[in-house]
Ligand binder design. Structure first.
Ligand code: NAI
Ligand code: 13P
Length: 305
């Protein structure tokens, strides 16, 4: 029995796949995301959050909405297994999803589900592998069993910092990859950018206590590859529009935008060099033009890989 808060693309896709095998309550603040598939009969849809009483609750709202949702419903959610399904860094605090859960609900099990997966693929039952991270080994094993399905294969880790930073930082690099393709800079440039982007992801994550093998896994490298190479990704498409000087629907969830600003602040505090992330943030803000951003990255001192 699983509760899911948030009926956007990801929350609804998770309800579809999990609801094929077990009862799910899906809370929608407004409507349910449009997917090609029907919700299975085991999924109960509700607009009353008070009726979500399951001991395991997936939090499938955008990152910048997570803190507010947790604070507003802390009393109701306290003590349960809370699994964040969002990718990003909270702009207000600089914290990741599991820290926000621990702050609002200190007695809850704080976990994160992250890794390479498009909602539409999960909903269609295509094979997908994700990372489930929680500091509590026994709770992690139970959640891994509960949330794996015939087509959704979960790997588990206790490295919550690595898992959540991999998912957060790759979105910023995916925007940069989109810019490269949108501006017509070519696929060689994208490969270089992904590789140097991965280097700066590792730099920050390791400084914040992540393990290198987590970054090299599904939630880091795996999701970086998916998001930087597919037009299914909203972060990539947003970058493409930025690179091509085209408009982009502001209502679409693009997690890398706010996360870029949050990460620039985090990296500055620790004096960690993140040139691609800094350029993405400056480009989004209009503090640099695209030619200036490219020139800045290409004219950095030559150094060892
Ligand atoms: N769409 C995808 O393929 C995947 C998305 N994710 C992650 O899932 C998270 C959610 O993304 P999507 O579902 O794709 O976004 P979405 O834009 O499709 O849906 C977001 C949902 O959250 C709801 N929402 C927003 N603010 C809220 C609030 N304050 N309280 C309650 N509900 C609120 C919206 O009404 C909407 O239903 C993001 O962090 C994203 O990175 C992760 C893997 C795949
Ligand atoms: O996180 C995702 C794939 O793993 C979804 O990417 P977008 O949020 O860029 O669409």
């Amino acid at each position: 029995m699983i509760g899911i808060l948030g009926a956007g693309a990801f929350g609804t896709a998770l309800a579809v796949t999990l609801g094929r095998e077990q009862p799910v309550t899906l809370w929608a603040r407004r409507g349910v995301a449009k997917l090609e598939l029907e919700l299975p009969p085991l999924v109960r849809l509700t607009s009353d959050i008070e009726t979500v009483t399951e001991p395991t609750v997936l939090l499938a709202v955008p990152m910048q909405a997570l803190g507010g949702l947790l604070r507003e419903h802390a009393a109701q959610l306290e003590g349960r297994a809370l699994v964040a399904c969002c990718k990003g860094v909270d702009l207000a605090t600089g914290h990741g999803p599991t820290a926000l859960i621990a702050e609002a609900c200190p007695r809850a099990t704080a976990a994160i589900l992250t890794g390479p997966s498009f909602a539409a693929d999960i909903a269609r039952g295509l094979p997908t592998a994700l990372t489930l991270a929680t500091a509590d080994e026994a709770a992690g094993e139970a959640l891994q069993r509960q949330l794996s399905t015939a087509t959704l294969r979960l790997y588990r880790t206790t490295d919550t910092v690595g898992a959540e930073l991999g998912g957060a930082l790759k979105n910023v690099i995916a925007i940069a990859a989109g810019v490269v393709i949108g501006a017509g800079l070519g696929q060689s440039a994208r490969a270089a950018l992904m590789t140097r982007g991965y280097a700066e992801m590792q730099r920050l994550a390791l400084a914040l206590g992540a393990r290198a093998d987590t970054l090299a896994g599904l939630s880091g490298l795996g999701d970086l590859v998916l998001t930087c190479t597919s037009e299914q990704s909203r972060n990539f498409r947003y970058g493409q529009a930025l690179g091509a000087g085209a408009g982009f629907d502001p209502a679409v969830t693009v997690e890398g935008r706010a996360t870029a600003a949050a990460v620039v602040a985090l990296a500055a505090r620790r004096e960690i060099d993140m040139p691609i992330t800094a350029m993405v943030d400056a480009l989004i803000d209009g503090r640099v033009t695209l030619p200036q951003a490219i020139q800045t990255l290409l004219s950095r001192p030559l150094k060892q890989e």
